[in-house]
Design a protein around this ligand. Structure first.
Ligand SMILES: Nc1ncnc2c1ncn2[C@@H]1O[C@H](COP(=O)(O)OP(=O)(O)OP(=O)(O)O)[C@@H](O)[C@H]1O
Ligand SMILES: [Mg+2]
Length: 222
């Protein structure tokens, strides 16, 4: 069953220089537990696609369904309660919070009760191999460890869909491979539909399916 379905997704940016067609009638279906990688050169439309799939940018045309429900309401705003989590470049961790406190943020927003929060934060940090670093702040962690905190934070609320935009961009290739293995393992174990934009061949090799974006159009690879 498709956990994530996009139909006819288009995005036109209007700029002083004219219209930019960053996404052109994109159709995409991702099953629960499936990891799809999207590759494409700089400017191909990867970030545009992921932000639309994540409910952060309303498409000019087309629709997105998560687990059979429309992500965008009739007024174009994304529906609350539809669980999509994102990991974007730069990780977006809060510098003054410890690893555990960063991971706790989505659960605080959902008003999960404190005992349950503590249990799930510990479990999420354990799942990404950071059980021994829970009290360290981002600046006291390596790049790969920070990225794993960002993944734990994305997954702690058990989202139906995980989106990652070049999640290993700043990491060496071996650490990048470990991060991608982690995303794939967690997606397979938990039935999360994952979409990862990347140029990295090491990461592409770990996806269940690879799609190519070229000038806003999505096509199959191989
Ligand atoms: N807010 C915006 N306003 C106008 N044009 C934009 C905007 N955001 C992106 N674009 C244009 O849309 C196209 C797709 O950009 P996008 O950021 O989606 O590419 P990308 O594949 O993520 O590239 P990169 O690999 O460099 O991150 C590009 O031509 C870009 O210049
Ligand atoms: Mg991008």
């Amino acid at each position: 069953m498709s956990m994530l379905r996009a139909q006819g997704l288009s995005r036109v940016y209007r700029t002083p220089a004219g219209e930019v067609h960053a996404a052109r009638e994109i159709d995409l279906e991702v099953d629960a537990g499936e990891v799809v990688a999207i590759r494409g050169r700089s400017g191909a439309g990867k970030t545009t696609l992921l932000t639309m799939l994540g409910g952060l940018d309303r498409p000019t045309a087309g629709r997105v369904e998560i687990d059979g429900r429309d992500l965008y309401g009739p007024d174009g705003t994304a529906l609350l309660g539809v669980t999509v989590a994102s990991v974007f470049q730069g990780f977006g961790l809060v510098p003054i919070l410890s690893a555990a406190e960063n991971v706790e943020v989505p659960l605080r927003i959902r008003r999960t009760d404190p005992a349950e929060r503590a249990r799930r934060v510990a479990q999420a940090l354990d799942a990404v191999g950071l059980a021994d670093h829970v009290n360290q702040r981002p600046a006291e962690l390596s790049g790969g460890q920070q990225q794993r905190v960002a993944i734990a934070r994305a997954l702690v609320a058990e989202p139906a869909v995980l989106l990652a935009d070049e999640p290993t961009g700043q990491l060496d290739s071996e650490t990048g491979a470990q991060i991608m293995d982690l995303i794939a393992r967690l997606a397979h174990e938990r039935g999360t539909a994952a979409v990862v934009a990347t140029h990295d061949p090491v990461m592409l090799a770990r996806a269940d399916r690879v799609l190519q974006l070229h000038d806003g159009r999505l096509s199959r690879v191989g």
